[in-house]
Design a protein around this ligand. Structure first.
Ligand SMILES: *Cc1c(COP(=O)(O)O)cnc(C)c1O
Length: 366
């Protein structure tokens, strides 16, 4: 056992592994009940569109073959949609994988990575594994403080992560803030815009078109099929950047990182805009319902540009989380983000939202 200590890398030993939302099956086992409502991981409550299921079924008989390591058809469709060439696109086993690619490609021991705090935990975890020094810039009133993040830049800075919209707050930085932030920024670093919730920002007229910055900045923009497109279980995300950056990152990508079913489903998803519009409507309506009920309960919340809401319970969130679990409802306890009085709740179907609200009323009224 002592020999094992010699194998340990200190930066990895210091990492706290990512705490995922509790899986439905786990709570089913614990409570011995079937009906569980999970509003914990910002998943799409409606399930994948039937068209995707057909696309996946069509791919089943080819599972003896390796997937296309270049994701040709998916990239082609993305390139058309986004107005970029395929050489500017990288596809990942979830967009999380592209976060780790960027870090592994550009960040070494003692380099600095700037993150907001609290924000998406994967940035810090993956950066620590690369041996980076993490520079945390506190949120200002639950929003990214891009001015302070810019001031934090040094010659050692390699990547700045901007979750836009942010998770867990749901807030976003607007075009004006981003324009100002990028003005005069050195070329010696990468600005990484994580747009996992991009599809929910429709209708925000001041949301930045970050792809437009690729022309003259070292910018990486990633998006996900896990959230609005309802494909979290298949793992699929993509990134867009300058061809040199994509080329360089491709050197460290495993040759078959994206499975063939995910490629088929992603390609079909991009053709199924009706589904996306339907999802957006359900989420928008559900979000309004939840806001109204939080207002009635006198609970403060952060207005969200996503499909989840950060709620201040004004008491230990861990207790409320535990009480809700007993009622078969999984939300997210925000303790791991040092937001001890907060839960994050994902907008569900209207039926799920109603059950959640009734349960929350019960729990917070005693
Ligand atoms: C969910 C989420 C992701 C990860 O998405 P995958 O594509 O499933 O890996 C990335 N960033 C943020 C901010 C998220 O909330």
């Amino acid at each position: 056992m002592n020999d094992f200590k010699n194998l340990i890398k200190k930066n990895i030993a210091d990492v706290t592994a990512y705490p995922p939302g509790k899986p439905i099956e786990e709570l089913q086992r614990e409570l011995g009940i079937k009906k569980i409502i999970k509003l914990a991981s910002n998943e799409n409550p409606l399930g994948p569109s039937p068209k995707l299921i057909t696309a996946i079924k069509d791919g089943l008989s080819n599972l003896n073959r390796y997937p296309d390591g270049n994701c040709f058809y998916l990239k082609k469709k993305l390139a058309q949609r986004l107005g970029f060439s395929q050489s500017q696109i990288i596809v990942g086993n979830g967009s999380d994988e592209i976060i780790t690619f960027a870090l592994r490609a550009f960040v070494g021991e003692k380099d600095e990575v700037i993150v907001a705090h609290p924000s998406f935990l994967i940035y810090e975890i993956a950066a620590k594994i690369c041996g980076a020094n993490i520079v945390r810039v506190p949120l200002n009133n639950f929003c990214y403080d891009l001015k302070k993040m810019k001031e934090a830049i040094t010659e050692q800075t390699k990547i700045i992560f901007i979750a836009n919209p942010d998770n867990p707050t749901g807030s976003y930085v607007n075009k004006e803030e981003v324009d100002e932030f990028l003005q005069g920024l050195p070329d010696s670093l990468i600005v990484y815009f994580d747009e996992a919730y991009f599809e929910y920002t429709q209708g925000l007229s001041d949301f930045p078109d970050t792809l437009a910055y690729l022309k003259d900045k070292n910018v990486i923009v990633t998006r996900s099929f896990s959230k609005a497109y309802g494909l979290a279980g298949l793992r699929l995300g993509y990134g867009v950047s300058r061809p040199e950056i994509i080329d360089y990152i491709n050197k460290i990508r495993e040759p078959f990182n994206v499975n063939s079913l995910a490629q088929l489903a992603g390609t079909a998803a991009l053709d199924d805009q009706d589904y996306l519009v339907h999802v957006q409507e359900i989420i928008f309506e559900g979000k309004k319902y939840l806001y109204d009920n939080f207002d009635r309960l006198g609970l403060r919340y952060i207005r969200s540009a996503t499909n989840f809401i950060l709620v201040d319970l004004n008491r230990s969130a861990t207790e409320v989380y535990g009480e809700l679990l007993k009622l078969g409802i999984i939300v997210r306890d925000m303790k791991a983000w040092q937001l001890d009085n907060f839960i994050r709740v994902t907008v569900g179907t209207m039926e799920e939202n109603k059950i959640f609200v009734e349960a929350l009323k019960k729990v917070v009224s005693h």
